[in-house]
Design a protein around this ligand. Structure first.
Ligand code: GAR
Length: 203
């Protein structure tokens, strides 16, 4: 069976991208990474992609007059590379309705907290400061409102009394690396069914 093609958007170190690339390299994987796009020239995700022979492109937001025009350039590249699915992997930029409309129910995000708790850019720190005893990670479909789309899967991570943001984030990240590829595989095999806010996983 033909593999689905993924376009990954990343801003930072790209460890989730790496987990996705590694999972796609396994026998019987139903997906492959076709292109990696970053909004940061210094994103290590670009190097990770190039190392594995994957097309890696920096699209500079500062070169475009509006968010929509920046996204138009991204969409063009995704379409040129025949992306079926878009995965946000530490992409620290809110998407507009333009790109979301072009890839309806085909954009995933991973968030380092149990949504709807602690959305935003500091999920692990916010959870720790709030004093929760359990946090974790969430993979969800992307809608215009930040960290709000239908939830596909979550993994809990216990907060330890002596946790720092770094230690908690590290344990959550380990779970992210397992969860994201699993969800991508489910998507690739056509097993995710969105019904309003609920996502059913077919057997
Ligand atoms: C990950 O922890 C991801 O969940 C988080 O950024 C990190 C990126 O790490 N995303 C968000 O906070 C989105 N709101 P990575 O670049 O090593 O994959």
């Amino acid at each position: 069976m033909a593999k689905i093609k993924i376009g990954v958007l990343a801003s930072g170190r790209g460890s989730n991208l790496q987990a996705i690339i590694d999972a796609c390299g396994k026998k019987n994987s139903a997906a492959e990474v076709a292109v990696v796009i970053s909004d940061r020239a210094d994103s290590y995700a670009l190097i990770r992609a190039k190392t594995r022979g994957i097309k890696a492109v920096f699209i500079d937001p500062a070169s475009y007059a509006s968010r929509k025009l920046h996204e138009k350039a991204i969409v063009k590249l995704l379409q040129q590379n025949k992306a079926d699915l878009v995965c946000l992997a530490g992409y620290m930029r809110l998407l507009t309705g333009f790109i979301i409309g072009k890839f309806k129910n085909r954009i995933l995000n991973i968030h380092p907290a149990l949504l709807p708790a602690f959305p935003g850019a500091h999920g692990q720190k916010d959870a720790l400061n709030y004093g929760v005893k359990v946090s974790g990670c969430t993979v969800h479909f992307v809608v215009e409102k930040m960290d709000f789309g239908p939830i596909i899967a979550q993994v809990p991570v216990l907060v330890a009394e002596n946790d720092s943001v770094e230690t908690l984030a590290g344990r959550i990240l380990k779970q992210e690396h397992k969860l994201y590829p699993k969800v991508i595989e489910l998507f690739a095999k056509g097993k995710l069914q969105v019904k309003g806010r609920r996502v059913n996983i077919k057997n």
